[in-house]
Each structure stands twice: as C-alpha cells, then as structure tokens.
Design a protein around this ligand. Sequence first.
Ligand code: SF4
Length: 331
Amino acid sequence: MRPFSYVSAPDVATAVHAISTEPNAKFLGGGTNLVDLMREHIERPDTIIDITRLPLTEIEELPGGGVRIGALVRNSRLAADLLIRTRYPLLSRAILTGASAQLRNMATVGGNLLQRTRCLYFYDGAAACNKREPGSGCDALGGFNRNHAILGASDSCIAVHPSDMCVALAALDAVVEVESVRGIRRIPLVEFHRLPGDAPHVETALATDELITAVELPASSVAANSRYRKVRDRASYAFALVSVAAALEVQDGTVTAVRLALGGVAAKPWRAHEAERVLLGAPATEESFRRAAAAELAPAVGLPQNTFKIELAQRAIVATLRQLLTDGSAA
Ligand code: SF4
C-alpha cells in the first residue's frame, strides 16, 4: 500500500474543509471496499480523512412518515431496524442478501452507495480497463462477461453496480443528502449513479469534495408490501446476476401503485420506469406482469456470455410481482 497522510475529523465541517484543501483525499467510513482498493493500488489517495467519529449514525422518523438514515449507520443495524423492517421491508431484505455478516457489521450506508464494481478486470492491474485507467480499453468486452451489463452499457464499459441496498433505495425514491464547503444539496438516488457513456471512471454525481451525510426515504404506503429477490450463482456471499426490488398495491384486481428496480443489469441501480408505466392501472395478472417485464427489457443487449440475463430478469420480475400479489391478498 502507498504511504498516505491520516486526518481524523471530529465533525462534518472539519471533514468537508479537509477534503476541500486536499484534492486527492478519500473519506474512510467502514473501509470495506476502500481498503481493498488501496491494497490493489486502484485507489491511491494522498490523504485519508477518518469520518468514523462523525455524528451521522442515527435512524430518525421524519414528520410525514419518512425516514432519515445517517450516512454512517452500519448496514447490519439498518437491516435490523424495526422502522425499516415494517415500513420498507424490501430494504432490510436487500441488505441481508449482500456480503457477509462481518462485512455488513462494518459497512456504512454512505460507503455502500460508493462501492465500486466487482468487474474482474477492474481489479487486475495487467488488464485494460477504462474505469481504472481512462482510455486504456475494456478487456471485459471480449473476455469473461457473464456478470456484466445488459442495460445502459457503452463501448467503453459494461460493468454493473454491485450494491443490493441501492436497488432497494432506487425503488423507494430515496434522496441522498451531501455536504461540502459550498453547502448542502440533495440528489435523487436514481440520479446519483451514472451510466458509463465514454467516461466510466466518473461513477456518481458526487463532487470530489462532497461528503454523503444522509439518505432520506419518503413516506410510502406501497412499500409495506415489498420484496427483494436476488438471483446469484451460489446461496450466499455472491453478487447478483439479476435482482428485483419491488412493491405492489392492488385494489379490486387493479394495480394502483407499483415500484420496481433491477440490480445486476447496469452500471447503476435500474429503476424500471417502463414496467411501472405498463403496470399502473392494469389488471394485476400474470399476463400484465409478463408484458411489463418484456417492455422493461426490450432495449436490453446481451453479450456472448450473458444473454441469458435478459430472460432471467423478466422471469425474476414476474416471480417477484406474483409473490407480492399473493402476499398482498393474504394481508
Ligand atoms: Fe473496466 Fe468496465 Fe471494462 Fe470492467 S467492464 S474492464 S470495469 S471498463
């Protein structure tokens, strides 16, 4: 690991001031991804700003029924929180499908938002990778691409975002609060992560001097009937081939509210707007679910090793909605 300077920040103002004066600095929260990346010389910060003592560890109910989650809340605590488990069960379930218990105990909400792709070539210093070294090429295009993107990819990068938690947040219309010396701004989760285009190394809307301070969830009655389904190569500690975060409300046999997002298919958590459009006001039937899934995946493009994900994603959407229909009827 390269030598670096270490600064411990006692409060948010000190943290954002420190990063404003040191362009090649990184915040250290749980460190579950950053430290690995530093060991592999992929991240090479000159300064580490330790933010683990900042007062960003609360889960608070907001007036109106939403919830504010501090950026340093550990993933395991968020998944276990009673408010989250009852009002947003898909978020709790998504987190519990990710990583291992030990990693969830360390990883923070803010860090989860910023975790980087698990593309094998990104971690291989001998491979061409536009995300790691802009302009160097992309060895995944002609290489092992079974886990890669089927939506929103480009000729520069076909990596997928690895988070489960963020897929649930995308379905829940979460908003990310960030702070810098210029002040506070709020970024909708669906606009926080970027598709690769011709600059895959720019992964988020976060400026280099901004700190994630919180994630807010709006009140949502539909979220009470929600699920997260993750399809992966083995039962635990594996990233999603495809995942579905969904919430469904049905009245008199008609879909009256629906939220749907996909993971494992794109460089960002993929909010399934087209499927939602097809479903809203439609009969809550298997046929409607299939039509919605087909509409969402219509623009998908398969690679030699991952075309199966197009069908898999559609089946996962239909199966999740079918389960929610059963759950909702039983409630
Ligand atoms: Fe790098 Fe993206 Fe290509 Fe993977 S898919 S090698 S992360 S440019």
